[in-house]
Write a protein that binds this ligand. Structure first.
Ligand SMILES: [Zn+2]
Length: 310
C-alpha cells in the first residue's frame, strides 16, 4: 500500500483506463467483472490474469494447493497494535475471503488457520527447511523502497511453472504510518488494509473495479475496503471454487514444516550470488523455479474522494 505521489499517479494511469473500458463493457454484459488473479509470467516478470481478459494478461494463476493454509503473527506485533488485537484483525480479514458467498450457500474451498505467533521478524522463504507465513510490523525502519510512500507489502513466493504458492508474508509499515483500528478518527484503517493484503496472500491481484477491496487505491480515513464487494467475491470463488467440505484433518503446516525462528543467514556463493528468492530468479537447482512477488496496496486518495462526492 502506497501513499499517492506524482509518480504513483502516472503508474496508476493504466488502471484508470482499465476502469473506463470496464464501465463500457459492463453496459453490454451486466455480469462482467474486473477482478484479477496474480500470475507468474515466465520470462516477463510478474503479472495477472483478469476477468474480462486484458491484452497484457499472461502467466499461470497463483494458488494455494491445499485447502487449508496457516499464518502467524510476528510475536511483537507493533507498538501501535498489540499481538492480540492484530491477530484478531487479520483473522477477521481472512474470514471475509473464506466466508464469501459463492452462491447456493457455498464458500471458497480454502480456510486460513492461525498457527500462533513466531519470533522471526523478517520476510523470508526457506527452500530447505521450515517456514511461516508471517504477518509483521516494521516499527523502526521500513526495509524496502518507498519508506515514505508504502503502507504495507505482501510478498508471495511460488512455483513459476505451476503457480503453486509456497509462502506468503505480509509486512506493515509501522515506522511511517499511523494505523487505526476503530471506527472513530480513522487514519490508516488496519482492518481495511488487512482485507486488501489478505486478498494478495490468497493470490488476488488488483482489480479494475473502483469499488472493490482489491482496487489499488485507498483514501486515508476510509473504511470502505473492510467489506468485500461482488467483484472480490467473484474472484475468490473463481480461485477456490466451492467443492467437497474441507477435511477436519487438513494440515495447514507451511511448506517443509512450521518454523518460528528465522533461518540462518544464507550462504553467499563465491561469485556473489545468493540463494534468496528474488523476482524471476531461478532456483539454484531443480526443474522448477521460484520467484518472490511483492504486492502493495496503492494509496490514491483522489479517486476515492471523487467517488465519495454526491
Ligand atoms: Zn495491493
Amino acid at each position: 500500500m502506497r501513499r499517492v505521489n506524482a509518480s504513483n499517479r502516472a503508474r496508476l494511469a493504466p488502471i484508470a483506463l482499465g476502469l473506463s473500458l470496464f464501465a463500457a463493457a459492463a453496459l453490454l454484459a451486466p455480469s462482467a467483472s474486473a477482478y484479477c488473479r496474480t500470475t507468474s509470467c515466465k520470462g516477463v516478470g510478474t503479472g495477472a490474469r483478469c476477468v474480462p481478459v486484458r491484452p497484457t494478461d499472461c502467466g499461470v494463476e497463483l494458488f494455494w494447493s491445499k485447502p487449508c493454509v496457516g499464518f502467524s503473527m510476528q510475536k511483537d506485533a507493533s507498538a501501535q497494535i498489540d499481538l492480540e488485537d492484530a491477530t484478531q484483525i487479520f483473522l477477521e480479514a481472512f474470514q471475509k475471503w473464506t466466508d464469501a458467498d459463492c452462491g447456493d450457500g457455498k464458500h471458497p474451498r480454502i480456510k486460513v488457520v492461525n498457527l500462533g505467533p513466531v519470533a522471526c521478524n523478517v520476510h523470508e522463504y526457506n527452500k530447505k527447511a521450515g517456514n511461516a507465513n508471517v504477518i509483521l510490523f516494521h516499527d523502526k525502519v521500513w526495509p524496502h523502497a518507498g519508506a515514505g510512500s508504502t503502507l504495507a507489502l505482501t510478498t508471495v513466493t511460488y512455483n513459476v511453472e505451476t503457480g503453486e504458492i509456497y509462502d506468503a508474508d505480509m509486512e506493515l509499515n509501522g515506522a511511517n504510518v499511523e494505523f487505526t483500528t476503530g471506527i472513530d478518527n480513522v487514519l490508516y484503517d488496519l482492518p481495511s488494509i488487512a482485507a486488501h493484503e489478505t486478498g494478495h496472500f490468497l493470490g488476488m491481484s488488483h482489480s479494475a473495479d473502483g469499488t472493490a477491496t482489491m482496487f489499488a487505491d485507498y483514501m486515508p480515513g476510509s473504511m470502505e475496503l473492510r467489506s468485500l464487494e461482488n467483484d472480490d467475491i467473484d474472484g475468490i470463488c473463481a480461485a477456490y471454487p466451492p467443492g467437497d467440505p474441507i477435511p477436519a484433518e487438513c494440515d495447514p503446516t507451511p511448506r517443509r514444516g512450521f518454523e518460528t525462528e528465522c533461518s540462518p543467514p544464507p550462504i553467499v556463493a563465491e561469485d556473489g550470488s545468493c540463494c534468496a528468492t528474488a523476482p524471476g530468479s531461478p532456483r539454484s537447482a531443480g526443474t522448477s523455479a521460484l520467484a518472490a512477488l511483492a504486492l502493495a496496496l496503492g494509496l490514491a486518495a483522489k479517486r476515492r474522494a471523487v467517488r465519495a462526492r454526491p
